[in-house]
Design a protein around this ligand. Structure first.
Ligand code: MG
Ligand code: MG
Ligand code: MG
Length: 307
């Protein structure tokens, strides 16, 4: 019986590449594993797979009765609906510990670093398994994506070192140029509906009984969306209703200006203003220096929902 390896819903490059890189490692270690995904891949991920001849993992949204490894998340809200009927053999991640629990002992590799693929890189080293060139290239891109080319406050020396070593393995020394091309691919919004935009990198969180949805759009220039903000806010209203959210947030992150515009539709906007000690103007605000949802948004927002 194979073990399925997958990342979070609305998969980003770390989730897709992580499923691929961890599956290869586990296969080398003699475990029969299959890389899967919970949803469509992004334009950025397509760019990476194309560049390094990667195969798109198969779609799998139901895991009852299966053995699984999960990567890049540990929140139930980001898992397949029937995850509790599966056996979680292990977690590889770099986020806050979520609300998933297991009934059997598990393998756990969770570190406060910039990318799950950096954790996988450490695992390859620990098990002394050689990383194939193409997988090294994909892992390098995933790390450059998650760390926003080392600019994110989540980035650590472990991540920069991993990128340097992976770049030597895949033979691409000018990785910053490759990363910019990747972010340009990620920034494409032509033809995207408002719903595409607000779900592109969407994550739901359970905050003391309240559902909070946060989407992040990382772009080379967020001003291209200026004319669409009203349409985006309207669709956020609709999505908030459909998903039964207390708060929906969209972060428009400008990786060149190094900050984010936060847009919100919320039952209580004061929670957001208090969390960040800032004032919303028409449910919007610019947050200078904010690049990371996991490190600069969630830890401040979550305490506002404590009873
Ligand atoms: Mg991710
Ligand atoms: Mg990640
Ligand atoms: Mg990200």
């Amino acid at each position: 019986m194979p073990t399925y390896i997958f990342g979070h819903t609305s998969p980003d490059s770390d989730s897709i590449v992580g499923a691929i890189s961890l599956t290869y490692l586990k296969n080398q270690l003699g475990e029969e594993c299959i890389a899967t995904r919970q949803g469509d891949i992004s334009a950025e991920t397509a760019f990476i797979l194309d560049k390094f001849d990667g195969k798109i993992p198969e779609l799998k949204t139901s895991v009852a009765g299966e053995n699984v490894y999960i990567i890049d998340f540990s929140d139930k809200a980001q898992a397949p609906h029937d995850i509790m009927q599966s056996t979680i053999l292990g977690i590889v991640d770099h986020h806050k510990l979520g609300d998933l629990t297991t009934s059997t002992p598990l393998e756990c590799w969770i570190r406060p670093i910039g990318c799950s693929n950096t954790v996988v890189y450490e695992m390859y080293k620990a098990y002394d398994v050689e990383i194939p060139k193409d997988i090294a290239g994909m892992m390098m891109c995933a790390i450059l994506s998650d760390t926003v080319i080392f600019k994110s406050p989540t980035c650590t020396k472990v991540d920069t070192k991993a990128v340097k070593e992976l770049s030597a393995i895949c033979g691409i020394t000018n990785y910053k140029e490759l990363a910019m091309d990747m972010f340009i691919a990620k920034s494409q919004v032509n033809g995207a509906t408002a719903r595409d935009l607000i779900t592109r990198d969407y994550k739901a969180f359970e905050m003391n009984g309240n559902k909070v949805g946060i989407n992040q759009l990382e772009m080379v220039d967020i001003s291209v969306l200026d004319s669409r903000v009203d349409e985006i806010m309207q669709d956020m209203q609709d999505m908030k209703k459909e998903e039964g959210l207390h708060t929906m947030i969209v972060l428009l992150t400008d990786i060149m200006k190094e900050g984010s515009t936060l847009l919100t539709v919320s039952d209580d906007e004061s929670k957001i203003e208090t969390a960040f000690d800032m004032k919303l103007e028409k449910s919007k605000m610019w947050m200078d220096g904010v690049l990371s949802r996991k490190k600069q948004i969630i830890p401040f927002l979550q305490p506002q929902f404590k009873s």
